[in-house]
Structure formats: structure tokens, C-alpha cells
Design a protein around this ligand. Structure first.
Ligand code: GLY
Length: 464
């Protein structure tokens, strides 16, 4: 945890910005895998963590915007829990570390909420993504589970985004720890992968390194020869020489801050010449995006520059024809780059995606529905304190090639005969994490190998 003053001042700012009523912040409970006592790895809700620092299940905080009072609701462990899980800090001592003076058992929460409702006070809550918490909202406030998200408080969402989007110096220290562990994971994979291994050999090592730092993964590992599938979590393939391997994984620190990096490596010691050509176009797109990062620049324009670089490079190889600007407007780049360029990162790897990308990433502006652009999670103007990822890629998705060819989509800009020949190529991406500073940007964490020479130098260790 940070010192208690951090959490006190975050809550004070939140109450002031929301201005009226009660703020109900729900912590997460344990999630059972196959029976109640056999749970998944526990993950606290990130906004609850941000405003309280308390990483423990079954807690609720109520912040009163008028009286200024904060209360932590939760139940101390019984002797049965202690026998099963050992002695644990009391709710009061957890509250004290967060600077919260009052605690109440969970059974008292209903009375507090009923009293607020009966006097017409607003009860603000955030969009709820866990089903058990939707049921709790139904029980406490009478809002049907299917309608909980649409009843979330826009004022509260905006106030939370308005704080969490700007990372403080102490948060940057944590994020850099996560990124440094993530770099160690990627370098280890580059030094380990060999033909004949299974993808799961690499995935297992990534988990080991993240957990060895007393942390976790920030999202499930992507370690695959099928990099064209953006979030491929299958790890059962045996890898072969001349294939490309896409690794996208990151660590989460003990305090919950994320890192997120991607690398593309040859399964053999070296890339083939055609792999080098496409790798360098993806890298040029990555560098073009980085060059533009500074306050005041809209991330949507950074995305377009990155997509333009891919179209130009692919035109040079014969995949693209016609006018590049027209191809861009018509979304032809999405054949190779059907996803966004990057996202906010912090306590969540896709920071605050639960609160709605339109608020966290687009400053309230509705997102485009065009294929490709609609997946851009971040489009707003960049500001100092934002932490973002840059992760353009080039992918050959056989189903997309077939769909567009059959439906004559962007045929004036794409060479489908050539695309057909690359249907088994896979995908390539490179990803790094940046802080937007008052005069530009700063790479977070250690430099990860990212050029062909740097990646092949690491691959040499695997073949010694
Ligand atoms: N790099 C993984 C993701 O953005 O989901």
C-alpha cells in the first residue's frame, strides 16, 4: 500500500468532484472455480484498490459527499476462517492503514443505503462487471442485475477517470516495476524458445517469472505461432523452424499495477528475409507512433499515422495498391491491422475498461463503428501523466481475407492474390509502454529488444 495520506486525498478529491449523495465502492469477492473453497487467484476491484488500497475480499466503502465521512463495511474472520486461512488483520486495522476512521459490519450497510434512499439522496456506483456484485446491487438497491450497468453514475465514472488517468510519481514507480519484470519475461522467452518446444513451455516460464516477483500476470499469456489471432490463449502447438512466434504478456506488481509488452521472434535463430521485411514495416509503424507522442496530440491521429505507415510499407511489398489516403479513409489498413494501436495502462492492463472506453479513452466522444477503428480503445488528446501502450501489428487473418474478397471490400486497395499466399504467415507485433510527460514521452522500464538485430542477438543464447 501507499501511505494512508494518498488514499485520504484521493477520496477527498473524489467526494468534492462528485459533489452530492453517497459513493458506494464495491470491492470484489473471491471467485469459485468449481466449488466455493476452490477459488481463482483473488483480484481486488481496481477502483476500490485505488481509493482504499485495501486488497481483501468482501468489503464495501461508502463515502458521504455531504458529511465527508468514509466508512469501510466488512466482517472480521470467525474462528473457522482463522483455522482455515490463519490469523488475518481486522477490518478496523485495514481501515486504519487506509485512513478510514469508521468501520461497520456488512449487515449494517442496508440501513445506511435505505436511509439515504428515503431522504432522496443519490447513491452513486460504478459499472459492475462481476455477476455477484450485480446481485448485491439488486439486493441493496432493488436494481435488476441486467440494468445495473446502465444505472451506474456518470458523474462518478467521470470523476474516477479524471483521477486515475493521471498517474502520480508513486504510481509510475510501481508501473515501472511491472514493466521491468515484463521485460525480463520477454528476454527470457527470447533466450529459451527452440524448435520442438511446445508454446506452453514459454507460457509456463512467463507465469513463473511474474509470480517469482511476488506478483501475477496482468492478463493471460499470449505465446503463439498463430499471432494472427489477437488474443490467442491456446498453448498446445509444437513450434517449428521458420515460424514466427508472437509473445504478448506482462506482469502485475503486488500492489496491482500492470506492465504490457509484445515481441515477435523467429522460432529458429534468424528471421527469414520475408519475415524481416514485414517485421520492419510493423516496427516502422511502432516508431512512427512513438515519434508523435506528446501532450495535445490526439491518439486517434497517432493511430492513423501508424496505420498509414503500414499501408505504405505493404504497398512497397505489393499487398496494397491505389491512393494511400483513400485506402486509410476506407479502412483498408484493417486487413492487416484490425485492432487498436494501444490503450491506457495502470491498475488495469486496459485501464478502466470496466468504466467504459468512451470515458477513459475517448473523453466522452462516441467511438467510430468502422471495422478496425472501432477497436481503438484510446482516441483522446494525450495529457501529461497518461500511461499508454503502443502496439501496432501486421496480421494475416485467413477468414478476414476470405470475407473481404467474397464481399468485394476494399478490393481497389488490396491485392487479394498476394494476400492468399500469406494466409499461413501468422502475425507480428511489438509493444512498449510510455508515460506522457509535459514535453513529450518517456519509455517506461528497461529497453526491451525490439529491432531484428536485438532480437536475433537474444535468440543466439538459445542456440549456444
Ligand atoms: N497487449 C495485450 C492487450 O492489449 O490486450
Amino acid at each position: 500500500m501507499f501511505k494512508k495520506e494518498t488514499y485520504i486525498s484521493r477520496r477527498e478529491k473524489l467526494k468534492k468532484q462528485v459533489g452530492n449523495g453517497l459513493i458506494l465502492l464495491l470491492g470484489n469477492s473471491e471467485s469459485p472455480m468449481n466449488y466455493a473453497d476452490n477459488t481463482y487467484h483473488y483480484r481486488q476491484d481496481s477502483s476500490f484498490l485505488y481509493f482504499t488500497g485495501v486488497n481483501h475480499p468482501d468489503l464495501v466503502t461508502v463515502l458521504d459527499c455531504e458529511s465527508g465521512k468514509d466508512v469501510l463495511f466488512g466482517d472480521d474472520y470467525t474462528i473457522d476462517h482463522i483455522v482455515w486461512m490463519g490469523q488475518q488483520p481486522t477490518i478496523a486495522s485495514r481501515a486504519d492503514k487506509s485512513g478510514i476512521k469508521e468501520t461497520q459490519p456488512l449487515s449494517k450497510l442496508q440501513q445506511v443505503l435505505d436511509a439515504a434512499k428515503s431522504t432522496g439522496r443519490t447513491i452513486h456506483f460504478l459499472p459492475v462487471y462481476r455477476h455477484d456484485n450485480k446481485i448485491r446491487i439488486f439486493e441493496w438497491l432493488g436494481i435488476e442485475p441486467a440494468k445495473v450497468v446502465e444505472n451506474a453514475s456518470i458523474d462518478l465514472i467521470k470523476a474516477v477517470v479524471n483521477q486515475r488517468n493521471y498517474k502520480s510519481d508513486e504510481e509510475i514507480v510501481e508501473i515501472e516495476k511491472a514493466v521491468n519484470t515484463s521485460v525480463d519475461m520477454h528476454v527470457a522467452a527470447m533466450r529459451m524458445l527452440k524448435p520442438g518446444m511446445r508454446e506452453s513451455d514459454i507460457a509456463a516460464e512467463m507465469i513463473r517469472i511474474a509470480e517469482a516477483e511476488n506478483g501475477h500476470l496482468s492478463f493471460p499469456v499470449i505465446a503463439t505461432i498463430n499471432g494472427q489471432t489477437l488474443h490467442n490463449h491456446y498453448h498446445g502447438n509444437i513450434v517449428k523452424d521458420e515460424q514466427v512466434f508472437l509473445l504478448d504478456c506482462g506482469a502485475e506488481t503486488e500492489m496491482g499495477y500492470a506492465g504490457d509488452l509484445s515481441s515477435t521472434l523467429p522460432v529458429g535463430p534468424k528471421f527469414t528475409s520475408i519475415q524481416k521485411e514485414i517485421f520492419n514495416i510493423a516496427l516502422a509503424s511502432h516508431e512512427a507512433a512513438i515519434d508523435m507522442l506528446k501532450p495535445g496530440v490526439a491518439f486517434k491521429d497517432v493511430y492513423y499515422q501508424s496505420a498509414r505507415t503500414i499501408l505504405e510499407g505493404m504497398k512497397g511489398m505489393g499487398f496494397v495498391k491505389g491512393n494511400i489516403e483513400d485506402a486509410l479513409v476506407n479502412g483498408a489498413h484493417a486487413m492487416f491491422f484490425p485492432c487498436g494501436l494501444g490503450h491506457m495502462m495502470g491498475l488495469d492492463v486496459h485501464d478502466m475498461e470496466d468504466l467504459g472506453e468512451v470515458y477513459a479513452g475517448w473523453d466522452g466522444v462516441p467511438k467510430s463503428t468502422q471495422f478496425g477503428l472501432k477497436s481503438l480503445r484510446l482516441g483522446r488528446k494525450l495529457e501529461p501523466g497518461f500511461v499508454i501502450t503502443i502496439e501496432p501489428g501486421i496480421y494475416f487473418v485467413p477468414d478476414l481475407i476470405d470475407l473481404w474478397k467474397t464481399n468485394n471490400i476494399n478490393t481497389e486497395y488490396l491485392n487479394f492474390d498476394m494476400l492468399d499466399k500469406f494466409r499461413n504467415f501468422g502475425g507480428m507485433r511489438n509493444e512498449e509502454d510510455f508515460l506522457i510527460t509535459p514535453d513529450g514521452k518517456r519509455l517506461l522500464g528497461k529497453q526491451k529488444p525490439k529491432t531484428i538485430e536485438q532480437v536475433e542477438a537474444e535468440r543466439a543464447y538459445a542456440f549456444k
